[in-house]
Ligand binder design. Structure first.
Ligand code: ARG
Length: 458
């Protein structure tokens, strides 16, 4: 096998061990970025007078050919691949460019460039998803649905308000992604193996050509740092956890018992034995992706733990889990994005469920507070009303004023508005709450924040 080293070796490496150490099978996926980095390096060697214009053009032309003729070679890694190809096309000139860089600063530069591109794609998916969530909540700003705590019907809310809670989760994910972009946007080229190099090359040239925002500050840290992968994996962890919660709700909502959501054929699958079945497989699978994403995060943290500074071969193990996370998250978001516009809510059932479990009992207590009673005593009185309804098998919403008066003479006719679903929802007219009026205001802010982050990504 052609190698970039070997001068001091007397014996050949064991074949199994050589294969074990090679990384070409995984880093070949970074081929495109290797070409980009080497091309920037060639331009910078020219601008700093290490090669002349003819040499530069010859090298760049050959890079173009190499890029379009990727072939399977038995090589150690993607850097060896390119060096072999450049030498094949340019003879000794190909070897001339291997100054002022090392595989150590190169590989982390490829990772960063690739990740920045992928962050951009994930950003676009998040924008799309958040826009459709906001649109949907605008349509449903006034639709009642029970809100749950402990998975028990707690209080009536608006569906629009519920959907905006998804947007909030994804808003934080979006901010985390932006932060990840900031941390990744540093160019390590020029750090070489760990100490920098002996050539007069302005590092800003390569940084600029590669479109990085900054150059890394410390060469030792630059070749050993993989924090950007950790931070990306943390972004993935929280995002997939959020999606798993959303999907869990949709699984529950689409269950026959709840029947809040009608599963569209586009996102469901059937059973091979039970002809009647339609299962929420997509939501279940998204929920399960949490396992591999959390696993990928443990992988990178463990690879990095206790590594002596600076670069170690351990870092070669950073890629599979990074690639897997990128693939999983993009694929998941792409499928999730398709669900939102086709979510079909069973609004009648949602409304009927708001009438269960004394969902406006808190409003009744608040009513008594408004009449001058303290909350603890009001709470007790409402508790007595519920006891009364249960004992006499009376629907909470059908209780008469006469009956209420037997429990407390503070009740008047106006209590029924407080008790109604509509009244309960409308009365939650406080910043960030569920009243349709507040939901419409939240939607305006949601749109504003979304536009804001779109600008920050530019
Ligand atoms: N395959 C290595 C990696 O992925 C590239 C850097 C190798 N450097 C070295 N000194 N062996 O990290």
């Amino acid at each position: 096998m052609n190698k970039l080293w070997g001068g001091r070796f007397e014996n050949k490496i064991d074949l199994d061990i050589e294969i074990y150490l090679n990384s070409f099978d995984i880093d070949k996926y970074l081929f495109f970025y290797e070409i980009k980095v080497i091309s920037a390096h060639i331009k910078s060697l020219f601008l700093c007078n290490y090669i002349d214009i003819k040499e530069k053009n010859k090298l760049l032309n050959s890079l173009f050919l190499i890029k379009n003729n990727f072939r399977k070679l038995n090589v150690e890694d993607i850097h060896s691949y390119l060096e072999i190809e450049l030498t094949k096309y340019n003879g000794d000139l190909g070897k001339k460019i291997y100054i002022a860089k090392s595989r150590n600063d190169q590989i982390t530069t490829l990772n960063r460039l690739m990740l920045l591109d992928e962050i951009e794609k994930i950003n676009i998916l998040l924008i799309f998803i958040r826009k459709s969530i906001i649109n949907l909540s605008e349509n449903e700003f006034n639709s009642p649905v029970p809100g749950f705590t402990h998975l028990q019907i707690a209080q009536p809310i608006t569906l629009g308000h519920y959907l905006l809670s998804w947007n909030e989760m994804l808003k934080r994910d979006h901010i985390n992604l932006l932060n990840c972009k900031k941390i990744t946007n540093f160019c390590p080229i020029g750090s070489a193996a760990l100490a920098g190099h002996n050539y007069k090359i302005n590092r800003n040239i390569v940084k600029k050509i590669l479109n990085f925002k900054y150059i890394t500050e410390n060469s030792i840290d630059a070749v050993s740092d993989r924090d950007y992968i950790v931070i990306f994996s943390q972004f993935c962890n929280i995002l997939i956890m959020h999606l798993s919660r959303i999907c869990e709700d949709m699984i529950i909502w689409s269950s026959n018992k709840f029947d809040f959501l009608k599963l569209s054929d586009k996102i469901s699958s059937g059973s091979s034995i039970m002809p009647q079945k339609k299962n929420p497989d997509l939501f279940e699978l998204i929920r399960a992706k949490t396992g591999r994403v959390y696993g990928n995060s443990i992988n990178i943290l463990t690879v990095l733990k206790s590594q002596a500074l600076s670069y170690n071969k351990d870092n070669q193990e950073d890629k599979e889990s990074l690639f897997d996370n990128i693939y999983t998250i993009k694929n998941t978001l792409n499928c999730f994005r398709k669900c939102i516009p086709i979510l079909k809510f069973n609004k009648k059932n949602m409304y009927l469920s708001t009438l269960k479990n004394y969902s406006t009992a808190t409003d009744m207590a608040d009513y008594l507070v408004k009449k001058g009673l303290n909350f603890r005593d009001s709470h007790k009185i409402v508790g007595n009303c519920i006891k009364y309804c249960e004992k006499n098998n009376i629907n909470f919403f059908n209780i008469t004023l006469k009956e209420l008066k037997t429990i407390s003479n503070l009740f008047e006719k106006d209590v029924f508005y407080f008790l109604s679903i509509e009244g309960s929802i409308k009365n939650k007219n406080i910043y960030g709450s569920t009243s349709p009026n507040q939901v419409l205001k939240s939607i305006q802010r949601a749109k504003f924040f979304l536009n804001n982050i779109i600008l920050k990504f530019k």
